[in-house]
Design a protein around this ligand. Structure first.
Ligand code: LRH
Ligand code: MN
Length: 393
């Protein structure tokens, strides 16, 4: 790595030290595909054990102090108690994810269902999630709707959009304090003809209609192949409507693989837009979450690896020589501009990150440290009995 000036080094290390990545509770439970869910030894059985695992990820990475919850997968009787349990382990309860995609009543849709009774039930769940936010202190309500149709003519697209807008209005009006509504889009699956919130434009338009507390979530696995996701990032940042990321990666569809594992260059380009907009720090109000499923690989090391992948892409983005890039862009020097970006991307930032971790009092190799910690042996024996957590699908 070309010798970094002291000033650049400090700026990069400061930004990396302040980075915050939220891990998803459901990634600590069993997950799979429609073909099979392979259980794994030591998997969490309760929201508390998922929090224990999240605390381990934070213990070795130092930048993952919050966990996103999914309701009802993480339902408990005492949410304030759960928040206290987490706080005792240095973990904050993050986004509350609603779930209106697993109940039999939602076959033809949840908030967009032709049946007003089903719509009321779905909206009731979303409002219940805001009640939970009041108890956990979570700022973010994250909404993803599996709603859609499978055949042309099955339902009226405009009527469904009206129903969706009415539901979002009701939920939006329930928000208080710093609470936000984060709307996630997805091109397809489980619906295979039309999805009611299929793309960023639809999500953005509904957020504009709802109000300033409504922001868009970009799940990196929810686009058509070949989509330029960093353009969407740049656009929504400029519009001040980018609320959060669900980071993961994919080779084909919504594969939910480790972020950066399938396309590290895309992750770098996304983080470049974030850094360019000075939107990396928690103060920017963007929540950087992982949304992954570790169907065959050991879950906790996979999440640690994922956090490290985000750190590596971020470090590379922070190393972009912005002055050289801007000069080349202004001069129409196409190759020069591209080279400015590629030089940063082709920089091996692992030594810098190892140094950062040592500065933070952490082991330079979080995964090796995790394996040496004996945590897995403890949970493998300690959690041998009982029902492992999963999607309950
Ligand atoms: C939908 C999704 C959404 C979550 C779920 C676990 O595909 O990305 O963010 O609710 O995964
Ligand atoms: Mn997601």
């Amino acid at each position: 790595m070309t010798e970094l000036s002291g000033q650049t080094r400090d700026r990069v290390l400061r930004a990396l030290r302040a980075q915050r990545i939220e891990t998803p509770s459901w990634a600590y439970g069993n997950s799979g595909t429609r073909f099979k869910v392979f259980p794994q030894e030591g998997v969490a059985r309760t929201p508390q054990e998922k929090i224990d695992d999240a605390a381990e990820v934070h213990r070795f990475t130092g930048v993952a102090p919050s966990i996103a919850l999914h309701i009802p997968w993480d339902a408990v009787d005492d949410y304030a108690g759960l928040a206290a349990y987490a706080a005792d382990r240095g973990i904050r309860l993050g986004a509350i994810n609603s779930n209106v995609f697993q109940d039999n009543d939602y076959k033809l849709g949840s908030v967009t269902n032709p049946d007003p009774g089903v719509r009321r039930k779905a909206i009731g769940h979303l409002l219940e999630c805001v009640d939970i936010m009041d108890q956990t202190g979570s700022p973010d309500l994250k909404l993803w709707f599996s709603d859609g149709t499978n055949y042309p003519g099955q339902d009226d697209s405009r009527d469904r959009q009206d129903r969706l807008a009415a539901a979002l209005r009701q939920v939006y009006d329930r928000l208080s304090g710093e609470q936000r509504m984060l709307l996630e889009y997805k091109l397809f699956e489980p619906a295979f003809y039309m999805t009611d919130v299929p793309d960023w434009g639809t999500a953005y338009a509904h957020c504009i209609d709802a109000g300033p507390r409504a922001q868009v979530v970009i799940d990196t696995g929810h686009h058509a192949p070949g989509t330029n996701i960093e353009f969407i990032v740049a656009f929504l940042l400029r519009a001040r409507r980018l609320g959060a990321f669900d980071f993961n990666s994919r080779f084909y569809a919504d594969d939910d693989l480790m972020v950066g594992s399938a396309d590290p260059f895309q992750l770098f380009r996304i983080l470049h837009e974030i850094v360019r907009a000075d939107a990396l720090s928690p103060a920017s109000g963007i929540t950087f979450m992982l949304d992954q499923c570790h169907n065959i690989e050991p879950k906790i090391p996979a999440i640690i690896r994922s956090v490290m992948n985000v750190q590596e892409a971020t470090a590379k983005a922070l190393l972009v020589d912005t002055a050289a890039l801007a000069a080349a862009q202004q001069a129409g020097d196409v190759l020069g501009a591209n080279a400015a970006l590629m030089d940063a991307y082709n920089t091996d930032v692992r030594p810098l990150l190892a140094e950062l971790r040592e500065d933070m009092g952490l082991h330079p190799d979080p995964i090796a440290a995790y394996h040496r910690s004996g945590y897995f042996d403890r949970i493998r024996t300690g959690r041998a009995s009982g029902q492992q957590a999963g999607w309950g699908a």
